[in-house]
Design a protein around this ligand. Sequence first.
Ligand code: HSE
Length: 288
Amino acid sequence: MKITVKTPATSANLGPGFDSLGLALDIWATVTVDTDKPARVNSITRLIQQGIEAAFGDAGKAPPVAIDWDNTIPVARGLGASASLRIAGLLAGNALLDGLHDVDGLLALGTQLEGFPDNASPTLFGGLQVNVRRTDGSIIHLDAPLPDDLKVVVFIPDFEMPTQESRRRLPRQFSREDTVFNVGRVALLVAALGAGRYDLLDEATQDRMHQPVRGQIFPGLNPIMAAAKEAGAAASYLSGGGSTVAAFVQTGEERVARLMTQAALANGFSGRSIITQPTRQGAHIVES
Ligand code: HSE
């Protein structure tokens, strides 16, 4: 049996919404699993296989499958590649199980594999997802409104930034001042996006939880964010755990993309800019 799944890339955190906010982008991975061909294992197919095994609930019960992936979402760059691949595996595994799990069950499994919900949720559901982990471990996810004309420019450095490594360096405790700083801004961000208030997005995407430390690991971050805003972006932030820098843009996206690339190169970071937009569609099976 052959199953093809499409899953979108995602941009998590959006500045202050650490481990809570995630946005699906119109950049898609296409994954095909084939139960009739021999499996070949590498670091990418392992992520997809993890999703299949999680759907089966027992690695021993999951069938070996050949996996094909079109390599469209760069890995370890803060665009949720691991979540896209694991969710693709979960959807394929669930199809092999005739839909044993409902979508919330798939989100719970995806979050367990990832360790946080803010990539798994938007790649599964699309759109801007607000995610909260209940004290019993289950996940609340809610679709939040976005302006129709929102464009997202992403500068994707060639430099990799493995999420788990940079997470280990983040502080475990925050002052009341920094907590209030982020709480207010994440609330403002959701409200401002819903109201189409581009003028508030710069303030609303400021962060004191993870970007300061990650900016030390990736010294290109602040100059690239500054270049995006100078070029006319409404806001910019580190996408997920990096190294991608994302900018919210209403108009003038080509100029933003160009200036972000130039600033990156001027600071010693090669890479490429992509102009994209949010997608309301989430992961889906295209062929089975
Ligand atoms: N919230 C996660 C982090 C997202 O910042 O580590 C990783 O893409």
